[in-house]
Design a protein around this ligand. Sequence first.
Ligand SMILES: Cc1ncc(COP(=O)(O)O)c(C=O)c1O
Length: 397
Amino acid sequence: MEHIVDQVSLGAIVQVRDRLLEQQARGRQVWRLESGDPSFDIPPHVREAMEKALRDGLTHYTASTGIPQLREAILRKVATQNCLKVANADQIIVTNGGMNGLYIIFRALLNPGDQVILPDPMWTEIAENIRLSGGTPVPVQLHEAKNYQYDVAAIEAAITPRTRAIFINTPHNPTGAVASREILQGVVELANKHNLMIVSDEAYEHVIFDNQPHISIGSLPGAQDRTISVYSMSKTYAMSGLRVGYVVATQPLMLDRLKKLVRCTINGVNSVTQWGAVAALNGPQDATRSMAVEYQKRRDILMDALAEAPYVRAFKPEGSFYLWCRMGKDWPGYNGKRDDWSMTNYLIDQAGIGSSPGSAFGAVGAGHIRFAFSCSTTQVQGAAKLIPDVLRRATGK
Ligand SMILES: Cc1ncc(COP(=O)(O)O)c(C=O)c1O
């Protein structure tokens, strides 16, 4: 019998990254547009708080749900910025990044065979975390013609007696779409009508462009009691390697399960990281704002370059740091193939440029390619200079 973990992939992006790192080690210039790791250093006050925690010997076990100072800081943040109605810090659980938050949420929510509706395309780890909990991911296609907005009618059509939850991610990885208030409200109404939970992944809440507001679905009328929200400090404060995120849940049964799950898995986030997270949340927020400005600049550089390039049509992202491109039917292919991997392979081989094949994000992702612009502006500029010419040279021979 197949083991449940065997249903999980080793990750397409990891494969691309490993190839680029290998080429870099051999002295080749590479352009790291395959994965979403912020190029920035953590803000100085965060580093100082972590250094102080180390000096003060704050290196012991903490409460498995997080130190009180951090949970209180998160409570203030989600009340003021996300407009969530959270009664107290007991409804907040500090996790090892958003990823660990997602894992414990699906573990807490699902019984074997339960279904979760999620967008297609979607960052692969969502479907994989659903599977790891014995659940079944039910993809609902996002359409370019609808600016990759959620289609409430299509979500409703996918609901079955086994549906347990609707998963929402805005800003969205990989398309960069930002969900509108009206559509999110439509999802809430659907969840109420069919008695479903909503899982809201807001990892990119602060990577948002053109003065767009980020709307937390849990703050909308009728959503509070059926939403579990998950946040990450990886993108907001460039703390990706420090591994900290948090889950907000108001339902007593869910909270009870989530607490058991953190205790029996990570048993608390690294204590020093937690002190850094307190400083990040309570300190000045200008680094977060200036990172978003820089990401927007990189987006525009890459959009301009892709507009010049053949075989790809880029969707302009309103948030996140990904550029999702549809591959033209005239793409001549590479080594006899015309699929999305062939374009990813071509760009690596010809120019050392990283990307992610769209099929890594779900069935409808095939025929697409994703570029990340979280690497440095110099890297984005370098790749942008090369992409149009490299693609023009493609012959398929
Ligand atoms: C959509 C989405 N959610 C959650 C995460 C989790 O990030 P982390 O575990 O670093 O907090 C990511 C990371 O890339 C993501 O793309």
